[in-house]
Ligand binder design. Structure first.
Ligand SMILES: Nc1ncnc2c1ncn2[C@@H]1O[C@H](COP(=O)(O)OP(=O)(O)OP(=O)(O)O)[C@@H](O)[C@H]1O
Ligand SMILES: [Mg+2]
Length: 364
């Protein structure tokens, strides 16, 4: 499955922009502020009805306009499907396939999965563990759809237990209610931790191989560091042992909400000691590792949207990245300067200025 056509009717600075990416690699080139990220966001929005930049879809509404809308045609399975996402201040959001309203779960079966790199996402490598946990959980959901609900199930139980802990600490509730929550907590924690462990085991070697291939040199590892025990019996025991401490803190101090997914180069954490370029390669390698895991286990190749991916990479590593992207699957990348992209016949190069020009001609 691949994206054959994108019609960004109105998305941020784009109006009436039509874009037909290559089924392989397309590069969108244009100066700062030209609308490259907006176009990548439009593709993501049209396909998924979400944004990777904001949780408020209304941000996509062009200034002074009433709505945002993008249509994306997906080809490659014999029948084309047209997805449409819109957001409006007065009418909320709409998401359709071939003109009929569609839910996320159903849509996911008819469109490619999407992997996004954007400079903001470097937080995933540089930032605190919560971002890595969330990311691994979304890989779990993509890899084993039956486990998609584990993260939110645990989150709900954790919130309930925390609420009860603070009521007990404040003398507004007694301890008798805890037992039920603790056993639910332990079950949900075991399921979540087990999935993370499995996911990281599947990604570890692939991550190291992809990182090597992209030119991240040195011994490296991606490992799961549980923040608590991983079996429900041990977790339950731990909850009992830590109860006095939890009551003092007013929250649950033990559980998978303290898990870490550790990314190391030369035995040191990439988040603390890696250079900008190394962190960038570490993140790209993670996205490639996920892609190869999904591919090898029968999922289709995800569409890769890589915004501003080349900056901070030297010529040699830019070359390696392009080689990797040309190995298969669809990718759309952006760059401020065409010279940053190695010359290869198979790459479709699109100047954003040309797309904007065409849209003005149609409008005029
Ligand atoms: N809701 C909106 N309506 C209209 N214009 C918007 C909206 N949101 C952002 N913009 C404008 O879009 C432009 C930025 O576009 P974009 O982020 O796609 O640029 P870019 O080509 O990715 O630039 P860079 O190379 O700096 O990353 C800015 O001028 C910004 O003001
Ligand atoms: Mg940009």
């Amino acid at each position: 499955m691949f994206v054959a056509r994108v019609e960004a009717d109105r998305v941020r600075s784009l109006t009436g922009v039509v874009f037909e990416p290559d089924p392989g690699l397309t590069v969108i080139i244009g100066p700062n502020g030209a609308g490259k990220t907006n176009l990548v966001e439009a593709i993501f929005f049209g396909l998924t009805s979400r944004s990777f930049r904001t949780s408020d879809r209304r941000d996509l509404i062009p200034f002074g306009s009433a709505y945002a809308r993008c249509r994306v045609t997906v080809s490659g399975t014999g029948v084309d499907h047209m997805f449409m996402a819109s957001a409006s201040r007065s009418e909320g959001s709409r998401y359709t396939m071939d003109g009929a309203k569609i839910e996320q779960a159903e849509a996911a079966g008819h469109r490619p999965k999407v992997t996004v790199f954007s400079p903001d996402r470097l937080e995933l490598i540089k930032g605190p563990p919560a971002g890595r946990r969330a990311h691994i959980d979304s890989f779990v959901a993509a890899r084993w759809p039956g486990r998609a609900g584990l993260r939110s199930a645990f989150g709900r139980i954790l919130a309930q237990r925390n609420a009860l802990i603070s009521r007990i600490a404040a003398g507004q509730a007694d301890r008798s209610g805890l037992a039920t929550w603790d056993s639910q907590f332990a079950e949900a924690a075991e399921a979540l931790a087990g999935s993370r462990e499995k996911a990281v085991a599947e990604l570890g070697e692939r991550w190291a191989a992809a990182a090597d291939e992209l030119g991240l040199e040195g011994p490296k590892s991606l490992t799961y560091r549980p923040g608590a025990a991983t079996t429900s019996e041990e977790i339950l025991k731990g909850l009992e042992e830590k109860l006095e401490n939890d009551l003092r803190l007013g929250r649950s101090s033990w559980g998978p909400h303290h898990d870490e997914i550790r990314v190391e180069l030369d035995g040191r954490q990439l988040r603390r000691f890696g250079s900008q370029g190394q962190q960038r390669l570490g993140l790209l390698a993670l996205l490639f590792a996920e892609r190869s895991a999904l591919l090898e286990t029968g999922g289709g190749a995800p569409l890769m949207l890589l915004d501003d991916v080349m900056s901070e990479l030297d010529a040699h590593r830019r070359e390696r990245l392009v080689e990797r992207l040309l190995e298969g699957g669809q990718a759309v990348i952006t760059a401020a300067e065409g010279e940053l992209i190695p010359e290869r016949g198979a790459i479709l190069r699109v100047a954003i200025a040309d797309l904007l020009e065409d849209s003005r001609e149609v409008a005029g």
